[in-house]
Design a protein around this ligand. Structure first.
Ligand code: AMP
Ligand code: ZN
Length: 113
């Protein structure tokens, strides 16, 4: 399967990886919309939120915990940040490997795209 995020996780495509553990990999978004724009991605391929099962509940909780840690490490805990899970066409999802956007470092309007 030619999934660019699987390839980044496997080290077969370039990515600015900031964090990795047994469950998730976090790397810089290639086209950041804010000074801090990091993607937190499960190491297993799940296409969208629609493909999650109850087996993935802990995984998604872990993604949020990693986002919290990265927000602190990259200095936006207090200034604030947005966590986004785009799902499907109307949300503008372009990469069909589940990913949590961590966006911060500037004031974000409610509609940011
Ligand atoms: P979404 O619209 O939620 O599917 O967001 C996909 C995000 O992945 C976008 O913000 C892209 O800029 C980002 N992106 C696409 N290709 C890459 C890549 N090769 N490395 C890092 N980020 C990427
Ligand atoms: Zn994938």
């Amino acid at each position: 399967m030619a999934c660019i995020f699987c390839q980044i996780i496997e080290g077969k495509a370039p990515g600015k990886i900031l964090f990795r553990d047994e469950q998730v990999t976090a790397f810089r978004d290639a086209h950041p919309i804010a000074p801090i724009h990091i993607l937190i991605v499960p190491n297993i391929h799940i296409s969208t939120v629609n493909d999650m099962t109850t087996d993935n509940e802990c995984l998604v909780g872990h993604m949020v915990n990693v986002a919290q840690r990265l927000a602190r490490d990259y200095g936006v805990s207090t200034s604030g940040y947005r966590l986004v899970l785009n799902t499907g066409p109307d949300a503008g999802q372009t990469i069909f490997h589940l990913h949590l956007h961590l966006i911060g470092g500037r004031a974000l309007p409610f509609h940011f795209r």
